[in-house]
Design a protein. Structure first.
Length: 652
């Protein structure tokens, strides 16, 4: 029985893709563990969470009825039956139980399977599966629909709406809209005051992060092996495209780091990198002190990281019952890792040990079985775990403000292993300031830089070309790496914040689609290399503007369509149109709507031009029955053949 006052808490992140873990929820988890509460972290749809609870209860009942059946083998089949109530699936399950050493009552098994399917499908779980409190984090405003759905779906898991707490970026920027849509008043801003959720003096924002919750989910955050921290809060700017000044209205010039790092290291193990989320660290008068503390925390030039013994950490936390669900899963993954590392008899011995203790499948793994075999395998794991030293890096992930950079601050930045140094270049208005910042970085041997290039706000398409070109030329001249990430502007408030297709006054739907198509080939980033830049974006503004108008498939498969002559014919055909026809054609092209071109013009010459070049889709190239598919296959074959011939000549 739960102790009096003990809460069941759900930490919930909607099912969008994001690079970084939900830091707010990680702090809230630490807070509730301090309170002795039961915590579950879930990233994904509410329906998946509910079915997981129903499935767990169903499996427990089936194990009670027939303990000798290996129910975990058909867990996915049982889940499918609960959701669909399909009689064929039920028969498959019954057949499986008959093949097993079933000492249970087959009729009773079928009765309970039907019960749990009806229980789930009839939503009879409402009132049974509930939490005393649910925290839902929100991110960018363009995740509006998925976030609102998550909030509304979560309502069946609480007794009253006040038990759902919403926070984060969207909750702050669009608080009124979110309340209107969900009936729940969001928390705006930071958790930087005592007693925000309960009657106590704890300031949640100052608590260390609970890294254990990240092992509860199958979702793997790309940037997970790092200390996440702030050494300042807020920003002195109020940029139109940014929400920081609304979320963190007060600038805090210094937040100590060392104690938080030590607390995380002790409980969850050392982390490789330091990812600082400060929004304008250079605005702090304490910047020299910040750099010094970063160095004192182990992040100096040349610093190396060796993975700690993660199995020891997991076992220690299992013994303390820190987060059993997370550390059973983590321990199981580490045991599978060890099994793959071993060879020959050692591998066979471990396999037999894991099989004997039902540790070959996560569904059958238990805390007791893991703790039981640990003494036998701990020395082997320590011998075979990854001990390769890796270079440590510091990343001011939100970037530094070029307007505040000077020689002294760049010198200080060069004293830590910063990689990459992120400097935004959102407007050509700051060209001289930006170029000076890059030159300073090169002077102090900071050779890996990255920046976001905002486009589709107040800028013109030509502005984006010039900013990319400046980066490419600087990288070439200074022999450094500058990776540019063009980022499409999207309103975060006002009338158009829900419009994912927002178009800036100087842009068009086709221009934006063209930029996105180019970036598809580079995974969103633009690296160094003048020849690549010229091919991707054009040798000059005229070529760039031509590429923006080019049919999407011609951009995506640039070399192929050039080789077979389609690209040249497209441009010749366009230039053969009269001036009036070109104007009409451009109207259709810029709208990027080729499904009903007659609504723009009745001119058959223009319509035929559009149909011939802009109706070629990616699907047609991927369709084995199309001529383009066959041409593309032959083209790819010849390129590969020529590449092999060239390689042979070089070796000869």
């Amino acid at each position: 029985m739960d102790k009096v006052g003990k809460k069941k808490v759900l930490l919930l992140e909607p099912n969008y893709k994001n690079k970084y873990p939900p830091i707010g929820l990680m702090k809230i988890s630490t807070y509730h563990r301090m309170m002795g509460d039961d915590i579950i972290f879930h990233k994904g749809n509410i329906s998946e969470l509910i079915i997981s609870f129903v499935l767990k209860n169903c499996l427990n009942k089936l194990k009670e009825i027939a303990p000798n059946i290996r129910w975990y083998i058909i867990k996915s089949l049982i889940k499918k039956y609960i959701i669909t109530h399909n009689s064929k699936i039920l028969n498959e399950i019954i057949e499986f139980t008959q093949d097993e050493k079933n000492d249970g009552d087959g009729t009773l098994i079928e009765v309970w399977l039907k019960y749990f399917s009806e229980y789930y499908r009839g939503k009879k779980y409402i009132g049974d599966i509930y939490f005393d409190r649910i925290y839902i984090t929100t991110l960018f405003t363009f995740y509006w629909e998925i976030t609102v759905k998550t909030i509304n779906d979560a309502k069946v898991l609480v007794k009253k709406l006040d038990d759902i707490k919403i926070g984060g970026v969207m909750a702050t920027v669009l608080s009124d809209d979110l309340e209107k849509e969900t009936g729940i008043k969001p928390h705006k801003g930071l958790l930087d005051k005592p007693g925000v959720f309960d009657n106590n003096n704890i300031i949640i924002d100052q608590l260390p992060l609970d890294y254990s919750i990240l092992d509860e989910t199958d979702y793997k955050y790309p940037e997970s092996n790092a200390y996440y921290a702030y050494m300042t809060r807020g920003c002195i700017r109020k940029c139109s495209f940014c929400a920081v000044w609304k979320i963190e209205p007060k600038f805090n010039s210094y937040i100590s780091l060392k104690d938080k790092i030590e607390a995380i290291k002790e409980k969850y193990g050392d982390q490789r990198n330091l990812l600082l989320l400060d929004n304008n660290v250079l605005a702090s008068k304490e910047f020299p002190k910040i750099i010094e503390e970063i160095k004192e925390s182990g992040f100096i030039i040349g610093a190396k990281f060796v993975e700690p013994n993660y199995l020891d950490i997991a076992i220690n936390n299992l013994k303390k019952s820190v987060n059993d669900q997370a550390y059973i899963k983590k321990s199981f993954e580490l045991l599978q890792y060890l099994l793959k590392r071993l060879k020959g008899q050692k591998q066979q011995d471990l396999y037999s040990l894991l099989k004997e203790n039902d540790l070959l499948n996560i569904e059958s793994a238990t805390k007791d079985s893991i703790l039981k075999i640990y003494p036998e395998i701990k020395d082997t794991f320590n011998e075979y775990r990854n001990k390769t030293p890796k270079t440590r890096y510091v990343d001011f992930n939100q970037g530094v403000d070029a307007r505040l950079l000077n020689e002294e601050k760049m010198r200080l930045l060069s004293e830590i292993p910063i990689r990459p140094l992120r400097i935004a270049f959102d407007s050509l208005d700051y060209k001289d300031i930006y170029v000076n910042a890059i030159r300073l970085a090169a002077k102090y041997n900071i050779r890996n830089l990255s920046n976001y290039l905002l486009y589709n706000e107040k800028d013109k398409p030509e502005d984006l070309y010039e900013r990319i070109k400046i980066n490419v030329m600087l990288a070439e001249e200074l022999n450094i790496n500058i990776y540019s990430f063009p980022m499409k502007y999207h309103p975060i408030s006002g009338e158009k914040y829900l419009n994912r297709d927002y178009i800036g006054e100087h842009w068009s739907r086709k221009y934006i689609r063209a930029i996105q198509t180019i970036l598809n080939a580079t995974k969103g980033k633009i690296g160094t290399g003048i020849s690549f830049f010229h091919k991707a974006f054009g040798k000059d503004i005229n070529e760039y503007n031509k590429i923006l108008l080019m049919p999407e498939t011609y951009i995506l498969h640039r070399y192929f369509f050039e080789e077979i002559g389609f690209t040249k014919k497209w441009w010749d055909d366009f230039n053969n149109l009269t001036t009036k026809q070109q104007i009409k054609a451009l109207e259709v092209i810029k709208a990027n709507d080729f499904s009903n071109i007659t609504k723009y013009t009745k001119n058959e010459i223009v319509n035929n031009f559009i149909r011939e070049h802009y109706s070629i889709s990616r699907d047609e190239i991927n369709n084995p029955k199309s001529n383009l598919y066959k041409l593309k296959k032959e083209y790819d074959y010849q390129r590969k053949k020529n590449a092999h011939l060239l390689l042979s000549c070089v070796k000869a």
